[in-house]
Structures are given as structure tokens and as C-alpha cells.
Write a protein that binds this ligand. Structure first.
Ligand code: ZN
Ligand code: ZN
Length: 301
């Protein structure tokens, strides 16, 4: 189903609707749970060294690739395009199951994730952007997570009202730990090392969208920021590297769009393919795509 371009107001909640209420207050258990996120990611970096003593069999390499792929897809297809941008609609269980898989990446829960990503779009590359690329590539890649920006100013109301998503968000570390234990149960220390490596690579894969995709690449579309289309990151992130297009059409279910000699050209976008599969089995609807004349009008040239 092809919908015409939504109005600007539909792209993201306006500043007035999301910042009118007071700053988010966090309970101590929530704060402790949230800070476990960076601890887990640092642990995975150090834990990757375990592979030097265990070695990695072909099966362990396959485990690395599989865990990377499925969790990347959950982050891009569920956290990003479904929950944050509402680029398509899905039944609640798709959101819940997808969020459990995404949270096993050690990159926090759906509510935390959406809060930061909304702020990134609302204030892209401005001082209020939590990982503004203007502050340097290291800042936008990881340093912002180790700063006061780590705590969202306001958690989005829609995901906060969903008790299942809220529970996944506050207990985001449980799926990550469970996957670590599962890996060990399957193949001992070698598969635990594979889990650490996969989670570490996944962290940097997602972070490249915030860092590299605001620095290196092409800008086929007019935007008020430094977003770029980057083919290498697009491969690593299942289509999210077409980030200039994403900032031009943040509500679009398809990010792999560019302009070539004044014509619209479609680029590989695995996550969009996943959304189409969901749609074909009745698990996705109201898939938002920009009409070609709107794509042409957005040209940077
Ligand atoms: Zn961006
Ligand atoms: Zn986005």
C-alpha cells in the first residue's frame, strides 16, 4: 500500500507536544537498569578477547553473523522504522517480540532508544542533538553515551503507555544477559566469545549511522544537517546507511532512495525488504513511502 507523503507535522512529534511537560524523572531502579547498558557494552568489548584463547570454529563465526544480523534487523525494522518513525503499522506482538530481540543487542530498550532518536531528528547537528556530529566523530560514535546526554530528557508518551514496551525498556539488560547465557549453553566459552564479538560489532555498526553517516558520503537531498548517504554503512546496517535520504524523509519505510541524473533511483535496503515481507503476511500495513515527485523536489541540486 502506497500512501502519499505525510505533512511535516506527521513526521515527528513537535517540540511543543514533547517538551511541554517537565523533565523526565527517573527512579533509582530505572537509573541503575539504564546504566547497566554501557556496562554491558564495555563488558562485551573486553569479553571479545576471550576468542584469543578459545579460537573460533565455523559454527562460532556463523553464530556471530546470525546474532549480528537478526539483532540489527530488530533495531532497524522495529526500534527505528516502526516504533520511532511509525513508517508502518504492526500488531502489538510484532513490536514486543521485535523489541525483545532488539534489546538483546545491549543497546538499551525501546523507550530510551526512541527518546534519543527523536531528539536527534528534532535537533539534528544542533547543540540539543544528543549525538550531534558537530562535536566530532568520537562524540557522535560513542562518547555521548558516557556523558549526561545518556539519560533522555523525556521518554515518549506512546511507548511509555504500552506496559509491555515499558517493561522491556526497564529490563532491557535481561534479554542481553539471557542471550549471553544461551550462547554459553550452546557452545561453551567459544560461543560466549562469539556473542561478545557479535554484540561489540553490532554496537559499532549502529553507531556508524550516528558518526560516519553525518561525515562521509553523498548528499543527494536537501536537508538542514550533515547527514550523508553511505553505501558501506548501508550494507553493515541493512539499509540504514542511506541516511541523507532518511533525514529528508524520516517517515519513509524505505531509506534506499537516491537521485541519479534527475531520476529517482532505488538502492539496496534489506530492512525495507523485511517490512515488505511483514506486509505480505499481514503483519505490516500503512507502509509510508514518498511519492516520486516529492523525491525529485527534495533534490539538493
Ligand atoms: Zn542522523
Ligand atoms: Zn531516524
Amino acid at each position: 500500500m502506497l500512501l502519499k507523503s505525510p505533512s511535516h507535522d506527521e513526521k515527528l512529534p513537535t517540540q511543543a507536544t514533547t517538551h511541554s511537560s517537565k523533565k523526565q524523572q527517573y527512579s533509582l531502579p530505572t537509573l541503575i537498569g539504564y546504566w547497566l547498558g554501557p556496562v554491558l557494552i564495555v563488558t562485551c568489548h573486553i569479553g571479545s578477547l576471550l576468542a584469543f584463547s578459545t579460537g573460533l570454529s565455523l559454527g562460532a563465526w556463523a553464530w556471530i553473523v546470525f546474532l549480528y544480523w537478526i539483532r540489527m534487523l530488530a533495531i532497524t525494522g522495529i526500534y527505528h522504522r516502526l516504533l520511532t518513525h511509525k513508517s508502518y503499522s504492526s500488531p502489538a506482538p510484532v513490536k514486543w517480540i521485535g523489541s525483545i530481540i532488539a534489546s538483546s543487542a545491549g543497546q538499551m530498550g525501546p523507550n530510551w532508544w526512541k527518546a534519543h532518536h527523536e531528539e536527534h531528528h528534532r535537533f539534528t547537528d544542533q547543540p540539543q542533538d544528543p549525538h550531534s556530529s558537530v562535536r566530532g566523530i568520537q562524540w557522535s560514535h560513542y562518547q555521548w553515551l558516557l556523558s549526561r546526554n545518556f539519560l533522555p530528557t523525556k521518554l515518549p508518551a506512546d511507548v511509555e503507555q504500552d506496559i509491555v514496551l515499558k517493561t522491556i525498556d526497564r529490563l532491557h539488560f535481561v534479554p542481553t544477559l539471557a542471550l549471553g547465557f544461551l550462547s554459553y549453553a550452546i557452545g561453551g566459552a567459544e560461543y560466549l566469545a562469539a556473542f561478545f564479538i557479535s554484540t561489540t560489532l553490532l554496537f559499532h555498526g549502529v553507531a556508524l549511522v550516528n558518526s560516519a553517516c553525518h561525515k562521509f558520503g553523498t548528499t543527494p537531498f536537501k536537508t538542514d544537517d550533515y547527514s550523508k548517504n553511505n553505501g558501506i554503512v548501508a550494507v553493515l546496517t541493512l539499509g540504514e546507511g542511506w541516511h541523507n535520504c532518511h533525514h529528508a524523509f524520516p517517515w519513509s519505510a524505505r531509506q534506499g532512495i537516491t537521485l541519479d541524473n534527475g531520476a529517482v533511483k532505488y538502492l539496496p535496503d534489506f530492512t525495507f525488504g523485511f517490512i515488505q515481507v511483514l506486509q505480505s503476511v499481514g503483519l505490516a500495513s500503512k507502509v509510508k513511502l514518498p511519492a516520486e515527485p516529492d523525491v525529485l523536489v527534495a533534490s539538493a541540486e
